[in-house]
Ligand binder design. Structure first.
Ligand code: SF4
Length: 237
C-alpha cells in the first residue's frame, strides 16, 4: 500500500489538480457508452453514442429499432455486429427483468451486490460495471481498462495477464477513498507517458518504482514530447 500511496503522490505532482470527474450521468447511458468504447478511441465511441441518441432517440426507441439501424449508428466505432447485438440484448433483458429501461435501482445496492448480480448480461464485464459505479453512481471503485492494466503491471503492482485478473489482484490493495482517483491518474499517465508503444521512460517520475524490464532501453529512446489526449468519453456522456 505504501508503494501505491507513493505512486499516487508522484502522479499528483505530474498532473496537479487532476480530480476524478463523476459525471452523474444516467447509469444506463454510462453502461452503453462503456460498451461502445471497447477496442476503439473515446472520440469514435462518443460519436457512436451520439448517433444512437440523435439518429434513433431514447433507449426505448433503440429497443424497438431494427438491428440494421443500430448497426448503422455504431459502425463508426467498430465491432459493429458485436456491439449492436450486445446493446439490443441488454435493453431486451432489462425490459424483461425490470419492466423499464432504467438502472436507477442500482442506487440502492452496495458495490458488492452490483458486481455480483444484476448486470450479468452478455457482453458486460467487470470493467463496464466498474465504470457505471464510478462515473454514474459516484462510488469509489477502480475500473481497469487497457491503460490501467498495462501500467499497473509495468509498475509491478500486479502480475496479471488480463484486465480482469489485474482488477482482482489490485482492488483490495488501494487505500479506501483513493480508488477512483488512482484510476483517473493512471488513465492520464497511460495515455500521455506510459504509452503502450514507446513509453517515455526517460521523463517518467515513476522510473525508480517501475519494474518494467525494458525501461532502461526505452529511456534512451524516449525523446518524443508527450501528447495530451484528454478526451474521456465517460466524462462527457
Ligand atoms: S519507467 Fe517507463 S514503463 Fe515504467 S512507468 Fe515510467 S513510462 Fe511506464
Amino acid at each position: 500500500m505504501d508503494k501505491i500511496n507513493n505512486i499516487i503522490s508522484l502522479l499528483q505532482e505530474e498532473f496537479p489538480g487532476l480530480e476524478p470527474k463523476p459525471s452523474k450521468a444516467d447509469p444506463l447511458d454510462i453502461l452503453i457508452a462503456t460498451m461502445l468504447s471497447q477496442n476503439t478511441t473515446d472520440k469514435t465511441s462518443f460519436l457512436a453514442f451520439q448517433n444512437l441518441k440523435n439518429n434513433i432517440g431514447t433507449w426505448e426507441d433503440v429497443l424497438k429499432a431494427p438491428i440494421s439501424k443500430i448497426r448503422n449508428a455504431v459502425r463508426v466505432c467498430g465491432l459493429t455486429n458485436q456491439k449492436s447485438a450486445a446493446i439490443k440484448n441488454l435493453l431486451k433483458e432489462l425490459k424483461n427483468k425490470h419492466g423499464k429501461l432504467s438502472l436507477n435501482y442500482l442506487n440502492k445496492m452496495s458495490d458488492e451486490e452490483i458486481y455480483n448480480d444484476p448486470l450479468q448480461y452478455k457482453g458486460i464485464g467487470v470493467k463496464t460495471i466498474s465504470c457505471v459505479l464510478a462515473f454514474s453512481l459516484g462510488r469509489d471503485v477502480f475500473p481497469v481498462d487497457t491503460h490501467v492494466h498495462r501500467v499497473t503491471n509495468r509498475l509491478g503492482i500486479v502480475n496479471a495477464v488480463t484486465p480482469v485478473k489485474t482488477f482482482e489482484q489490485v482492488k483490495d490493495k488501494i487505500p479506501e477513498g483513493k480508488k477512483f482517483l488512482f484510476h483517473t491518474l493512471l488513465i492520464r499517465f497511460g495515455r500521455k507517458i506510459c504509452r503502450a508503444q514507446k513509453p517515455l521512460c526517460g521523463r517518467c517520475r515513476l522510473y525508480d518504482d517501475c519494474e518494467f524490464p525494458e525501461k532502461e532501453k526505452c529511456s534512451m529512446l524516449s525523446s518524443a514530447e508527450p501528447v495530451d489526449n484528454n478526451f474521456i468519453i465517460l466524462e462527457h456522456v
